[in-house]
Design a binder for this molecule. Sequence first.
Ligand code: IPM
Ligand code: MG
Length: 361
Amino acid sequence: MTTSYRITLLPGDGIGPEIMAVARRLLDEVSSSNGFSLVYDEQPMGGVAIDATGQPLPTSTLEACKAADAVLLAAIGSPQYDNLPREQRPESGLLGLRSALGLFANLRPVKIIPALIDASTLKREVIEGVDLMVVRELTGGVYFGTPKGRVEAEGRVRAFNTMAYFDDEIDRIARVGFDLARQRSGRLCSVDKANVLDVSQLWRDRVEAMHSTSYPEVELSHMYVDNAAMQLVRNPRQFDVLLTSNLFGDILSDEAAMLTGSIGMLPSASLGESGPGLFEPIHGSAPDIAGRDVANPMAMVLSAAMMLRVGLQQDAAATALETAVDRVLAAGYRTGDLMIEGCTQLGCRAMGEQLLGALAG
Ligand code: IPM
Ligand code: MG
């Protein structure tokens, strides 16, 4: 009997459905050629779900995600929902999903693809050989801390959020960072703002403690987040695993993405202690280019590869997708975001066709 996996697909908004269509065709191909099958359950989330049900994360969508072996998300969000109360916006659906599935560990690999070196706004000698992993805490910190809100006080309006971590929340994400560092080059850099924030001091204390008790062989360093932002563009090769909190990781991972030339290239995995992982590109729904068949589907395809490798332990199929991306780029095909002189510009669908062809070859 062939192994079969249940995959909940969340195409979402903007360019989401276009890039998801590409990933799905490629997944069909690599699954059948590697002897397993994928059963898809497509569900609305984000703006499309708001339109259909009034909620960004309908209960039926959440249930389908919980029942799946893995969840593949394209992108959510659109300016048309910006005036809704925060908890009814597409982004709240995503945060709700991360939280409900317990996906506290967000892995964002940043690896320079040789063919794209000249697509980066940074110099070749700065980015050549960059291969780092951002480990971002995803279900705590200022994204979820309470109290939060907006009040009127003394005739003024005051809005506030709370950046807070429990010691055990820091420990479980630190463990993910240390384990990854051990599998990779053995270096871990923990990023905080311990010179100013109490929550960061606890973060640093816990990471230090775990280092000496459980991972003495890992080379640990600490860096303030402002310095880390600078070092990422000054000398990114110094980093291997970057461990950081929810908000800092959000910011630093967009910055790190630009080392690779385009945010349209970066996949991510969000994992919990158990249950299905969520795999999604780190980019957004790009409403400005939606429906025009110009989006870059490669971060989506690489997210599907991460799903195969990390979520389903189907390494060969994952490698096949990654190799297809490398081949198509090496052959000079580019979407608009990566276009440089001498290359051939393709739309989203045509890029999908090239990727499909590259799977076979
Ligand atoms: C990301 C995104 C999300 C985040 C938004 C869409 C809520 O920017 O995954 O990085 O801030 O986590
Ligand atoms: Mg972000």
